[in-house]
Design a protein around this ligand. Structure first.
Ligand SMILES: [Zn+2]
Length: 633
């Protein structure tokens, strides 16, 4: 059990039989708290095994596997050690570390938005236990760019690892500062703004250098970590700027420097490697959008990702060029544009962007609304507009909606819902499947091949993305000339070492802690598997609470048991079911408790859960959480 788990546990109180609040003893079905009716996950889980009915669709893997049997991790010695704490089994929560002798360099500190297997969870963080145990060695944190899957974990992690020095380019540092404003209790990050020509000497062994990469946000970069055995290159997120599959002169110049480098190891972005060839260049996207802004007659409402900051900046310029005022809608979009302004990166006139309350002062054809919510997110600007709940914007038939984003996997249904609602309003909709109005910020397979050939590393580890993406990326690297024995596909926590002064790459049998760390409301830690399982069951089958008052002397039930249920069946139409459940409860209590001195309440709760649960399953084919609350008087 890790530290996070223990801090996350509710305070233990004495076992129920020793805990008296008043004359009445309330035995809820938890052995932790006796005065509150929280769920007894332990009891319920025991019951589900006893019932031996098919398991509900629970995704068990991934959830808080404890690391108690983990082997002790040996010191790195003279080897270069590489560990990914997140980002190699998922898209998001990117975080890697390079360890050499007395130094550890951390690259990125992202978070991941919730997953289906973790209902109710706000974010998932990288597991930083390995770093917490070695925080004195951490000499630098390098942040490649300002997207949340690269900076989102910082407010939760920095102070846990000793608030080490952070190196990033200007806009990235401003993004970090902006986010930090929501975490005022956390110490200020210790940041140094660097540029792509900066060189940071960390120690006698380690020097950091940087290079600019094309992505979707200004100031994205890759990092080169020079070690005595060769240099390690981490690209961050990147794509290539190109014309018809030929990278631009600027890309050629950036990657030329690797020709004379002895690149020992490359770690590069795998997010889009499954797609063949080259991605649509951003210049094509902006040309299409410019044409739309120029030729569209009525009002334009353009939905995009706030993370596509460079595109948002370009769109504002187009609006200005064609005489439109811009209204920015959506908090994240407003924040990001404000940060770009603070960095001095905005090229348009101040008066081009107007506050939304002034929108009525201009004719529709002079307006462009730049909004978030192109994924159909419930409360985002576009959805509020589509739902007619937006305070200032009502759709008319002469509006044109441009959805300048792809559909993030998993959002298909909500995007469909958005498009349906927009089409009911009679607007004209343009989306990425009918027009080149979106391109992702990650290299396709063809681009990654070009990058491999330019960098020519000895060893290769794909990063950013799911396992399958990494196998595709590994295949590309192999075809570009890297022997398979020099390629490692890692999991989060895999300890990789480059040994014998750069001669070979190995995966240790030991693993760094990699259990999931969740942000769940105000708590940060390993939310227990049982909690997530309960949330899944509540969502699928609801809860069924049976409350019975028992005479502790006779073991008899005083009046008929009460039943409360949520999300299970409609009680008013289920009177027979309730009557029978009451009867089963009463009978179970009297069979188990009468004559028993003292009454074993734990045992009794198990029996009620089992018998009532079995009955409900037989009658309804549903398995609600059955929660007995026993009050002894
Ligand atoms: Zn990114």
């Amino acid at each position: 059990m890790t530290q996070q788990q223990t801090t996350n546990e509710p305070k233990k109180v004495p076992a129920s039989k020793n805990y008296t609040t008043s004359k009445k003893q309330v035995y809820s079905s938890t052995n932790r708290t006796t005065h509150r009716t929280t769920t007894n996950t332990k009891t319920h889980r025991n019951q589900t095994t006893r019932l031996k009915t098919p398991e509900k669709k629970l995704v068990k893997h991934h959830v808080s596997q404890t690391n108690k049997d983990a082997l002790p991790i040996p010191p790195a010695g003279d080897n270069i050690r590489i560990i990914h704490l997140g980002g190699v089994e998922e898209v998001g929560r990117n975080m890697s570390l390079i360890e050499y002798k007395d130094d550890i360099i951390v690259i990125d500190m992202g978070f991941q938005f919730k997953e289906d297997y973790a209902p109710g969870i706000d974010f998932i963080l990288p597991n930083t236990k390995y770093l917490e145990d070695r925080k004195d060695k951490i000499k630098a944190v390098v942040i490649t760019h300002g997207h949340l899957d690269h900076i989102g974990g910082m407010p939760y992690i920095l102070s846990k690892i000793g608030n080490p020095k952070v190196y990033a380019r200007l806009l990235t540092t401003l993004m970090i500062k902006k986010r930090q404003q929501e975490f005022l209790e956390e110490p200020e990050p210790n940041m140094e703004v660097i540029e792509t020509d900066s060189t940071i000497k960390i120690s006698d062994n380690i020097t950091l250098r940087f290079f600019a990469v094309t992505h979707t946000i200004p100031d994205a970069m890759g990092v080169i970590i020079d070690t005595p055995d060769g240099s390690i290159v981490h690209t961050g997120d990147l794509k290539l700027d190109h014309v018809d599959g030929v990278p631009t002169q600027k890309e050629e110049e950036t990657f030329k420097q690797f020709e004379k480098e002895n690149v020992l190891l490359l770690m590069s972005d795998s997010t889009n490697v499954e797609r063949p060839g080259f991605s649509i260049p951003e210049s094509t996207v902006t040309n299409t959008i410019e044409k739309l802004v120029r030729e569209t007659k009525g009002r334009i409402i353009l939905g995009s990702f706030a993370s596509q900051l460079e595109r948002a900046m370009t769109i504002i310029q187009f609006a200005e060029k064609y005489g439109r005022k811009v209204v920015v809608e959506g908090r994240s979009m407003k924040t990001n544009i404000a940060v770009a302004e603070e960095a001095g990166y905005l090229k348009h006139k101040k008066e081009t962007v107007i506050p939304i309350k002034d929108i009525e002062n201009y004719p529709p054809e002079k307006i462009l609304v730049l909004a978030t919510g192109s994924q159909g997110e419930e409360f985002a600007a576009l959805m509020r507009i589509a739902n007619k709940t937006h305070k200032f914007i009502r759709l008319t038939k002469s509006d044109t909606i441009i959805l300048s984003s792809s559909i993030v996997p998993g959002n298909e249904r909500s995007v469909q819902n958005l498009k349906d609602k927009l089409s009911r309003a009679g607007v004209h909709i343009i989306h990425y499947q009918v027009s080149d109005i979106h391109s992702s910020g990650h290299a396709n397979g063809g681009e990654t091949r070009w990058i491999q050939k330019k960098i020519k590393p000895k060893f290769f580890i794909p990063v950013h993305g799911y396992h399958y993406m990494h196998t595709v990326h590994a295949d590309i690297a192999h075809k570009s000339g890297i022997p398979l024995s020099n390629i490692v596909i890692a999991d989060n926590g895999t300890i990789i070492e480059i040994q014998d002064k750069g001669k070979k790459i190995t995966v240790l049998k030991e693993k760094a802690p990699s259990e999931l760390v969740f942000v769940d409301g105000f708590s940060v830690g390993n939310v227990q598997e049982a909690v997530l399982r309960d949330r899944m069951m509540l969502a699928q089958d609801g809860i069924f609470v049976v409350i019975a008052i028992i005479n502790s002397k006779t073991g008899r039930v005083i009046k008929s048991p009460d039943i409360i249920s949520r999300g299970f069946v409609y009680l008013r139409e289920s009177q027979d079911l309730l009557r029978q459940a009451r009867y089963i409860t009463k009978k179970t209590i009297e069979d188990t408790a009468s004559g028993a001195k003292p009454i074993n309440f734990d045992n009794l709760k198990h029996e009620i859960t089992y018998n009532v649960g079995k009955y409900l399953l037989n009658q309804t084919a549903k398995r609600p959480i059955v929660l007995p609350v026993l009050i002894s008087v």
